[in-house]
Ligand binder design. Structure first.
Ligand code: AMP
Length: 276
């Protein structure tokens, strides 16, 4: 596996169907699963490791985001990755970040509302990475459901010649969605954290009932909200939405998704369960 630090060197790589996995590092099974899928489906696998400052809002965890290149390098190599692209901030934004991609309506709610500028940062860096790596296929995790919708929309609207492949969320044995941020959790909060997925599962099961009504779904959401609040979660949002438009829906006809973002202590967790 090669470690590449510059855009110029990325551009000079050999031809061949390329699968690309953009990441911010601190690898866990979620990342490694994407790498294995890419390995299985492509001649070459490129993984980017870049903690992108422009997708962190002021006061978020950019500085303390976990970083361990040596460990990540070994893990990527073990999945058969060909190139680990790890540019520094200057290499990516040396000229100053003047052009920004705004995907519009899809980014207004949920993560977009809770984290101002987040999706502009994500869309812009992913577009840059697509132009640098020029992959045939790019792999993203359903864990970040709104991000998946935003990237798919950007690719469609800007006619970017990349196939976007969305992979299922990898979870710990107790159901907690894997995340690089889980390491921030105190042991007490770590014990509570699986309640997030449990409440999402309850909501989608509730919504699947034939007799379900809009007001009974409202009530179920309210109950889950209370359950989580009583367990110590500070909730940013908890909703039933269409997984593609991210607009709230009330009904039992798939597709639908239960989505949540909540804080435990200083750690912000997101999760979703999709029914298609
Ligand atoms: P990140 O390093 O957090 O930016 O994540 C890089 C990629 O891994 C994104 O496409 C994420 O959606 C994906 N990812 C993160 N956590 C998980 C997970 N638990 N299961 C599957 N994919 C994940």
């Amino acid at each position: 596996m090669r470690i590449v630090r510059t855009i110029a060197e990325m551009r000079s790589r050999p031809a061949g169907k390329t699968g690309f996995v953009p990441t911010m590092g601190a690898f866990h099974e979620g990342h490694l699963g994407l790498m294995r899928k890419a390995r299985h489906e492509n001649e070459q696998v490129v993984v980017s490791l870049f903690v992108n400052p422009t997708q962190f809002a002021a006061g978020e965890d950019f500085e303390r985001y976990p970083r361990d290149l040596a460990r990540d390098q070994a893990l990527a190599e073990a999945q058969g990755v060909d190139i680990l692209f790890a540019p520094d901030v200057d290499e990516m934004y040396g000229g100053g970040p003047t052009t920004t991609i705004q995907v519009g309506e899809l980014t207004e709610r949920w993560e977009g509302a809770a984290r101002p500028g987040h999706f502009d940062g994500v869309a812009t860096v992913v577009a840059k990475l697509f132009n640098i790596v020029r992959p045939e296929v790019a792999y993203f995790g359903q864990k970040d459901l709104q991000q998946c919708a935003v990237i798919q929309r950007m690719v469609q609207d800007l006619n970017i010649p990349v196939h976007v492949s969305i992979e299922p969320t990898m979870r710990e044995p107790d159901g907690l969605a894997m995340s690089s941020r889980n390491v921030y959790l105190s042991s007490e909060d770590r014990q509570r954290a699986p309640l997030l997925q449990a409440e999402l599962m309850k909501l989608v099961e509730f919504a699947a009932q034939p007799e379900v009504t809009a007001s009974s779904i409202d009530e179920a959401i309210h109950e889950s909200w209370e359950t989580l609040r009583n367990a110590g979660f500070a909730i940013d949002y908890l909703e039933m939405v269409d997984p593609d438009t991210l607009l709230p829906i009330r009904g039992n006809k798939p597709p639908y998704a239960a989505i949540v973002a909540a804080r435990l202590g200083r750690t912000r967790l997101i999760d979703n369960v999709v029914v298609r």
